[in-house]
Design a protein. Structure first.
Length: 374
């Protein structure tokens, strides 16, 4: 496991270890998109990560795919995040804000009765879109997606501006950097797909056209912070949210070629299908590494033992853990000790109280309980 505890540099992000906390939606913001007070405790408990990637943060009011997810476009939202970031920094940790626009993966009930936005208004697969809401009885449930409509050029440029504003607010809140959410079937991923993006203007057609939104977002964020503090998350083969790219090798090979000279802090490669037991890691890595030799984080269903092999072999610079970090706030210490690991519980993953959020025991607290029992 020693390789996981070597320091690493991802652009200007200096990590004390290579154990990354993956972004995980927890849906504990209020109705105004302000992160709740408990988030400071939740995140700071995990400050031992080499870097924390925050849950997806909405860049504007048309972004919601999950109810009660936080935003970063108002002063109130920014101040809420500042309290979280300050606590993490007090513990010596680092955190980047994952900037998110859900695009067509949404519903009117989450968008103040407005129709979701998408590249081209493709709506033949609404039953496959993941949209979640908090009911009045406290249950967090999947709801039916609403048909989307194609974005106007003005709305596309508005979305680019929203990413730029969110990045500027991330700087105000003290985040160490940002990660663009280009994965899992959300807006950036939708534009990259020739199935979902059927536009005939400059934002569609060729791979260059379909990539234009992403490149403009990178440019807008670069006005707020150096590219060496900007990461990008991609999931080339993801079935999640039905993006359906018939030629991911072409799309992402060309994107990887651009990334090689783009100067971003890192690429975060998500093997999203591994969540359902159909991993694509072996297909995904060669597409990227043929063209891109920069800092790389990999994610999805990777054990600590496998992570150590990945890092020591040079396949990637760091490994992001999701569910293991959800259930084990002191994950780096547990990995160093060889376990044991708490298992995630179904209660409290999305929405709700501090139950399932702040009550997973640390290794130290378990040891004290055992000692007291003796």
């Amino acid at each position: 496991m020693a390789a996981l505890f070597h320091p690493a540099a991802l652009g200007d992000l200096n990590l004390t270890n290579r154990i990354v906390m993956a972004p995980m939606t927890r849906s504990r913001a209020d109705e105004r998109g302000v992160i709740n007070a408990s988030a400071a405790e939740y995140y700071s408990a995990r400050a031992g990560a080499g870097v924390i990637i925050s849950e997806g943060i909405n860049v504007g009011p048309m972004s919601n795919a999950f109810d009660r997810t936080p935003g970063l476009w108002t002063d109130e939202q920014t101040e809420g995040w500042k309290a979280v970031v300050d606590r993490i920094h007090e513990k010596g940790g680092r955190i980047v804000a994952q900037l998110w626009h859900g695009g067509r993966a949404s519903a009117r009930g989450l968008l103040s009765n407005r129709q979701p936005l998408s590249p081209s208004g493709v709506n033949d697969d609404l039953d496959r879109l993941q949209v979640w809401a908090l009911l009045a009885n406290g249950a967090y449930v999947r709801v039916t997606a609403t048909s989307s409509r194609a974005m106007s050029l003005g709305e596309i440029r508005g979305a680019v501006d929203e990413f730029g504003l969110a990045a500027a607010n991330a700087v105000r809140a003290g985040f160490d950097g940002v990660e663009i959410h280009g994965a899992n079937g959300y807006l950036v991923h939708q534009f990259l797909s020739p199935t979902i993006n059927q536009r005939t203007d400059e934002y569609g057609g060729s791979i260059e056209g379909r990539s234009r939104l992403l490149l403009e977002i990178v440019s807008a964020i670069s006005d707020a912070m150096p590219r060496s503090r900007i990461g990008l998350r991609l999931s080339p083969f993801a079935d999640y949210n039905s993006t359906r790219d018939p030629r991911p090798e072409e799309t992402y090979g060309q994107l990887a070629h651009w990334l090689q000279t783009a100067g971003l802090a890192y690429l975060h490669l998500a093997d999203t299908n591994a969540w359902t037991g159909a991993p694509d890691y072996a297909r995904m890595l060669p597409i990227v590494r043929e063209h891109y030799r920069g800092p790389l984080i990999v994610n999805a269903g990777i054990t600590p033992e496998r992570a150590a092999d990945i890092v020591s072999s040079g396949e990637a610079d760091a490994v992001a853990f999701g569910r293991l970090f959800l259930a084990n706030p002191d994950l780096p210490a547990r990995i160093r000790a060889g376990g044991p690991y708490n298992s995630p519980r179904s209660v409290g993953i999305y929405g709700g109280s501090d139950t399932g959020y702040l009550d997973y025991p640390s290794l130290e607290s378990v040891a004290k309980e055992v000692a007291a029992g003796d």
